[in-house]
Ligand binder design. Structure first.
Ligand code: GLC
Length: 413
C-alpha cells in the first residue's frame, strides 16, 4: 500500500501541476476571458473538452473557484445550436505548430468541429455538489442541457438512442486498434495520420454539417465509451434539473442504456463492442472501452460480474500496472508507445478513474483500492505522465499531464 508521506507528495505535486498548467487571459478572437487548465504545456496547449471535465473534477480537491472556471470556460465554446467543440484554441497564435495538427486545424479558426466523450454532465454535477453554488448551476445548466439535446438531434441519425462519432479521436481513445478495420489497418501512427487526412478531405465540403457527414458513412461508429459518458451525463442532468425536465433526462438515460445493452453487449464475450456504419458491424477488439459501462449504476449484476471478470484476469487486464487500454490477449496489444501509436496497450489515469467509479458503485471496493494503489505506484515511479507501460510502469507521452491529477479524486473518494 502507498504510505501516507507518498500520498501527501502526490497530492502536492498534483496541485502544483494544475496550477502551473492553468491559463488565464482575454481572447481577442471572441472577446471572452478564459481560465482553464491545458492538458500539458508542451504537447497540448489548448482547451480539450473531456480533459477539462476531468480537470474540473480534480480541481474540486484543490480550488473550487478554479473548478467552476474550468467548466464555464469550456461553455464559452458552446455554439447557438448546442454543439460544444472538442478543442478551443484560446491561445492559438502562440502555438502555430500545435494548431497545425489534424483535428486542431479542422474546424473553425479557433475551434475544432468534432466532439469528445460527453463527460460534461458528470463534471457539472461534481462541481455543483462540491460548491453548492446554485448561481453557478443556473448559469451552466442551459448550455449543458442544450449540448445533450444537440447530441440526440444530430448524432443519432438512426434514432436508436445511441450517438455516433465521426472520427476516431472523438472517442478520446484516438488510435485504439478497435478502429483498425475502418482505417485500412494502419501499421504506425504516420499511416493513421494519412488516413485521417484523407477522411478530412472527404469531410471538408460538409464541415459542421454532421448529419451530412454521418450520411457518408465513412466513419460512423456508435462507440461504447462515448455512449457510457452520454448516459452518465443524462443521469446527472436528471438529478440536477427539476420536475418534468428531470424526469425527461432520467428517461432518456434509461432508454440509451437499454439500447447500449441490447445492441452493444456481447453475451458470449461478456463485453461491449462498438457498432460501425449503417450496417452496425461490431468492432470486436477487447479494449478498455469494452468495460466502460461498468461505470453505469443501473447495469445488471450479471453483466457487471462479466466485466469485472475481465479486469481480474491476468491474461487480459490484470497486469502489474493496470488497467491497460487493450486486453493483453489481443494481437494488436502494444504495452509501450511503439510506432507512435497511443491507446494500444498502455494504462491511463483517466480510464482508471472511470473504472474505479464503476467498481465503487457496484461494491468492488477492494479491487478499486488496488487499482488506485497501483496508479499511485506508477505516478510515484514515473511522474504525472500521459500514459504508462502496464508491465513496468514506465511513463510515456507528455509530462505533467493534467488529467493524471485525477488521482486526487481516486484517493479521496
Ligand atoms: C490525446 C488523447 C485525448 C486527449 C488529448 C489531450 O489526444 O487521446 O483523449 O483529450 O490527448 O490530453
Amino acid at each position: 500500500m502507498t504510505n501516507t508521506a507518498d500520498i501527501e507528495r502526490l497530492k502536492r505535486e498534483a496541485a502544483q501541476i494544475l496550477a502551473e498548467n492553468r491559463r488565464t487571459g482575454h481572447a481577442a478572437w471572441n472577446g471572452q476571458d478564459y481560465a482553464y487548465v491545458v492538458p500539458s504545456a508542451g504537447s497540448y496547449p489548448f482547451q480539450w473538452f473531456w480533459d477539462s471535465c476531468f480537470h474540473a473534477i480534480a480541481l474540486t480537491h484543490v480550488n473550487l473557484g478554479w473548478a467552476k472556471d474550468e467548466i464555464e470556460t469550456l461553455l464559452k465554446g458552446a455554439q447557438p445550436g448546442g454543439f460544444i467543440p472538442h478543442q478551443i484554441l484560446w491561445e492559438k497564435d502562440r502555438y502555430p505548430e500545435a494548431a497545425a495538427r489534424q483535428s486542431e486545424k479542422f474546424g473553425d479558426r479557433y475551434t475544432s468541429s468534432s466532439i469528445q466523450p460527453p463527460v460534461l454532465g458528470t463534471a457539472l454535477e461534481r462541481v455543483f455538489r462540491a460548491t453548492n453554488d446554485r448561481t453557478f448551476l443556473k448559469r451552466c445548466l442551459p448550455p449543458v442541457m442544450a449540448f445533450y439535446g444537440w447530441l440526440a438531434d444530430v448524432r443519432d441519425p438512426d434514432g436508436d438512442g445511441l450517438i455516433a462519432i465521426i472520427q476516431p479521436d472523438e472517442s478520446g481513445a484516438d488510435a485504439s486498434p478497435k478502429f483498425d478495420p475502418l482505417m485500412e489497418f494502419p501499421k504506425n501512427n504516420d499511416d493513421l495520420v494519412r488516413w485521417i487526412e484523407k477522411l478530412y478531405t472527404r469531410y471538408q465540403p460538409l464541415r459542421f454539417d454532421d448529419r451530412a457527414i454521418l450520411a457518408l458513412d465513412l466513419f460512423n461508429v456508435e462507440e461504447v465509451l462515448t455512449n457510457t459518458c452520454y448516459i452518465l451525463g443524462l443521469e446527472a442532468l436528471g438529478r440536477l434539473c427539476e420536475g418534468a425536465e428531470a424526469r425527461e433526462f432520467a428517461e432518456r438515460a434509461a432508454r440509451v442504456q437499454r439500447a447500449l445493452v441490447e445492441r452493444c453487449y456481447d453475451a458470449a464475450a461478456g463485453a461491449f463492442f462498438d457498432l460501425a456504419g449503417r450496417a452496425e458491424t461490431p468492432l470486436r477488439t477487447l479494449t478498455i472501452t469494452s468495460l466502460a459501462p461498468l461505470a453505469l449504476p443501473g447495469l445488471d449484476r450479471a453483466i457487471v460480474e462479466r466485466l469485472v471478470a475481465h479486469l481480474v484476469d491476468a491474461d487480459e487486464f490484470a497486469l502489474p500496472f493496470p488497467v491497460p487500454s487493450v486486453s493483453r490477449a489481443e494481437p494488436t496489444f502494444m504495452p509501450g508507445n511503439a510506432r507512435g501509436f497511443i491507446w494500444r496497450g498502455p494504462s491511463w489515469i483517466n480510464s482508471n478513474w472511470l473504472i474505479g467509479e464503476g467498481l465503487r458503485t457496484h461494491g468492488y471496493e477492494e479491487l478499486r483500492r488496488r487499482i488506485t494503489d497501483r496508479s499511485c505506484a506508477m505516478l510515484l515511479q514515473s511522474g504525472f505522465r500521459e500514459y504508462f507501460n502496464p508491465f513496468t510502469g514506465e511513463g510515456h507521452g507528455s509530462r505533467n499531464h493534467s488529467w493524471s491529477t485525477l488521482i486526487l479524486d481516486m484517493i479521496e473518494r
